[in-house]
Design a protein around this ligand. Structure first.
Ligand SMILES: [Zn+2]
Length: 250
């Protein structure tokens, strides 16, 4: 009997699939471990997860292909994406969890939890999640979208940012909108959430209404921000992201 029901191989943004359409098996994972001896490997018996990862694109043997993880997310519901998102999140965490941040000793896998233990000082390191907020601001029938200065420069999308230490999530929502566009908002409402393990974000989606201010893009962060008619949006993020759901009310 096979031990693991969820066998995955990832690079930064893509996953390996079999060209015959079958799911990867433990034998596939073993084969790739032979080919890529430097790959990071992690297993979590409790969730049947067996994951292998490299950090960049590499060519694949016949019978396999790379597919973007996001395009798979676009076709699946939350229940179906969970093992993929968890495996990716565990792999990203494990890659960074080799030494104790407190005393510098080499970590060992916990026998009890999905965690790494420090045998020297007793520190225990659990998979880390970074909370982020993503917001769609509306003003009547119009929505506020921005083009970022650093990443995805061709796409207008929702405002977003990391929750900072000491903040509530609602505080982060109003602060980010004010910082990035100079707009004050009201009626902040929870929309939904999404695990986004690139590498470790948990996205909290919100809607908010315009209260006051005029658009002032944050220098260095926001290249452009504008009010758009919901029905006439410029190029926006692809399906499978919470940004898409917010913008298209999907
Ligand atoms: Zn330690």
């Amino acid at each position: 009997m096979s031990e693991f029901s969820h066998n995955y191989i990832f690079n930064k943004r893509e996953m390996v699939e079999r060209t015959d359409g079958d799911n990867l098996t433990e034998a596939d994972i073993r084969q790739f471990q032979q080919i890529w001896q430097d790959a990071e490997h992690y297993t979590e018996a409790a969730n049947g997860i067996n994951v292998l990862g490299i950090n960049e694109y590499r060519p694949l043997p016949d019978g396999y292909k790379w597919t973007t993880i996001r395009s798979r997310f676009a076709e699946m519901d939350d229940h179906q994406t969970y093992p993929i998102a968890r495996a990716k999140a565990l792999l990203e965490w494990r890659r960074d969890a080799h030494y104790c941040g407190r005393c510098g000793s080499q970590l060992v896998e916990s026998k009890e939890f999905t965690a790494m233990d420090c045998p020297h000082c007793g520190n225990q390191i659990f998979p880390r999640i970074n909370p982020c907020v993503i917001m769609l601001v509306s003003k009547g029938d119009q929505i506020l979208l921005a083009r970022h200065a650093q990443r995805n420069q061709d796409v207008y999308t929702c405002l977003a940012g990391f929750v900072e230490a000491g903040e509530s999530i609602e505080h982060a929502v109003s602060r980010e909108i004010m910082e990035e566009t100079g707009i004050k908002v009201k009626n902040i409402k929870y929309f939904g959430s999404q695990s986004w393990p690139f590498p470790a974000q948990l996205m909290f989606g919100f809607t908010a209404e315009y209260e006051s201010g005029s658009i002032t893009p944050q220098p260095g962060e926001i290249a452009d921000a504008q009010w758009f008619d919901r029905d006439h949006c410029p190029a926006t993020p692809p399906k499978g992201s919470i940004a898409y759901k917010l913008i298209h009310n999907a």
